[in-house]
Design a protein around this ligand. Structure first.
Ligand SMILES: Cc1cc2nc3c(=O)[nH]c(=O)nc-3n(C[C@H](O)[C@H](O)[C@H](O)COP(=O)(O)OP(=O)(O)OC[C@H]3O[C@@H](n4cnc5c(N)ncnc54)[C@H](O)[C@@H]3O)c2cc1C
Length: 454
């Protein structure tokens, strides 16, 4: 029947589209629908809405060893994918870039020296610790105008990549259609409800309704809203963490990250050259706790409250999370950054000038049109925030909530849902074909499918 599908994906960001690609390329599932309420790759995956960093774990000082290995293995899939599609204009989609994590002041300098020991460098042989005069050669503006008395150090690598994740999402759709299966992508249609009927799900949109045997919600924070509607995810809640950017003329050649404390799920403000516009440097993202599921969309507040679930455990979790001194500090300073004019002044002094000391108030501008939401999931039992991507598994249905580094690990997430779908639908996963394109050996594959589910 026309509106019957084996798999329905809701959400055309980098997670939903990578799944579309994976299902079309590596399984015998033939009849797939993707429903997106706006355009492909325009949500958090859109290039101005995130930091465009292919996270591999070398400069992310808030990651522990397990997280580093997980992130590195996952992001390598993107490198392998983009190598294959080189002819498909991948030059604007992914670019090599130098990168560093910068330590400013005695405490951060000590932390970098301690973290980047021989054991760490054996994981990432291309990273090296460099002093102020070496930083001057690779990122002059990090040194220009800085007091000679200020202690600084960096862990530096030339082995970075920046990615236009919105373009990556479009490329996944394009690659999917090459397989000549029954694939349908519907844009500008919003899923408003989901219901279980017999062995199928009925997806109701603002225009029509579709039946699917296996469903994946890859709809950012909305995924948790729909999960809760079906009675899943009672043990989870969510903080919507908005992130915005400032920009200046280009002064940074690559990516300059700052030291972030372990356990904090988002990176500290960093400076990045923009993949699409070489003339600018971006600074961000800010960290704003907002009552929305979507950037600046006040209409999403009702659904946010539903996803949050205002019960005793949620309130206790929120209190516990905000009692953490580091998180408290981040929230407080970002509240100040949101005050008009004064906020920009403090953002410059507290964040931008720590990286580029010579910039003045009028040199930076707030980017009004960009910014995204990180759906940071709360484990209500543990009363804490979960670091990274969270997925919920139901009976023939999956829900993905992907804050950073979700875009970097999209293909790994897609593989997980692909294996679930083929198992549930009793379909084939072409493991050999997948291995040929993506894995050097069985151990690597095992790392990819290691259970890290919620
Ligand atoms: C400020 C910021 C910086 C970040 N920096 C990085 C980074 O440098 N590197 C990195 O790897 N990750 C980064 N991330 C995380 C990364 O952007 C996300 O993990 C990734 O984009 C998530 O992809 P997604 O497909 O889940 O979400 P999205 O790209 O938001 O896609 C979800 C889609 O679902 C659609 N949708 C929602 N509800 C419905 C509905 N009811 N019906 C139909 N469609 C619907 C939306 O329109 C949207 O297109 C950052 C995120 C933010 C916010």
């Amino acid at each position: 029947m026309e509106n019957e599908y084996e798999v329905i994906i809701i959400g055309g960001g980098v997670i939903g589209t990578s799944l579309l690609y994976m299902l079309s390329e590596f399984t015998d599932i033939d009849n797939i629908l993707l429903i997106e309420k706006n355009g492909i790759g325009n949500g958090s995956s859109g290039s101005w809405n995130n930091s465009q960093t292919l996270h591999v774990g070398d400069i992310e000082t808030n990651y522990n060893t397990d997280k580093i290995i997980e992130t590195r293995t996952a992001s390598h899939l993107i490198l392998k994918y983009t190598k294959q599609i080189k002819k498909q204009n991948s030059g604007d989609l992914i670019k090599p870039v130098q990168k560093m994590v910068l330590g400013v002041g005695s405490e951060e300098v000590d932390e970098i020296i301690k973290r980047y020991d021989d054991k760490f460098i054996s994981l990432f042989p291309k990273i090296k610790v460099i002093n102020a005069s070496e930083i001057l050669k690779v990122e002059p503006y990090v040194i220009k105008g800085r007091s000679k008395d200020e202690k600084i150090i960096a862990a530096y690598s030339e082995d970075g990549h920046m990615v236009n994740f919105g373009m990556l999402a479009s490329s996944f759709v394009k690659s999917s259609f090459k397989n000549k299966k029954r694939i349908k992508v519907i844009l500008k249609e919003e899923t408003i409800d989901v219901e279980r009927k017999n062995n199928k799900y009925v997806i109701k949109t603002d225009k029509s309704s579709y039946n699917g045997r296996f469903i994946v919600f890859a709809a950012g924070g909305y995924s948790l809203y729909f999960a809760k509607k079906l009675g899943y995810g009672k043990e989870l809640s969510m903080l919507s963490v908005g992130g915005n950017f400032y920009y200046s003329k280009n002064v940074i050649k690559g990516k300059v990250y700052r030291v972030q404390k372990g356990g904090i799920p988002f990176a500290a403000v960093h400076a990045d050259v923009d993949i699409a516009d070489k003339k600018i440097t971006r600074y961000g993202p800010t960290v704003n706790i907002v009552p929305f599921l979507e950037h600046s969309n006040i209409m999403s507040t009702y659904k946010y409250i539903k996803a949050l679930g205002l019960d005793k455990e949620t309130v206790e979790s929120l209190i516990n999370i905000t009692e953490d001194k580091d998180i408290q500090h981040i929230i407080e300073k970002n509240l100040i950054y949101s005050i008009p004019d004064l906020g920009k002044y403090y953002f410059l002094k507290e964040e931008v000038n720590k990286i580029v000391p010579s910039l003045k108030y009028n040199d930076i501008k707030f980017y009004k049109k960009g910014g995204g939401i990180r759906p940071q999931i709360i484990d209500k039992k543990m009363r804490r925030l979960i670091l990274g991507v969270v997925d919920l598994r139901g009976d023939g249905i999956e829900f993905s909530m992907a804050p950073s580094p979700g875009a970097s690990s999209c293909l790994k997430e897609a593989l997980k849902y692909t294996l679930s779908a083929t198992e549930y639908l009793d379909k084939k996963f072409y493991k050999e074909k997948f291995m040929q394109l993506f894995c050097d050996n069985e151990a690597e594959y095992k790392l990819l499918i290691k259970k890290q589910r919620h």
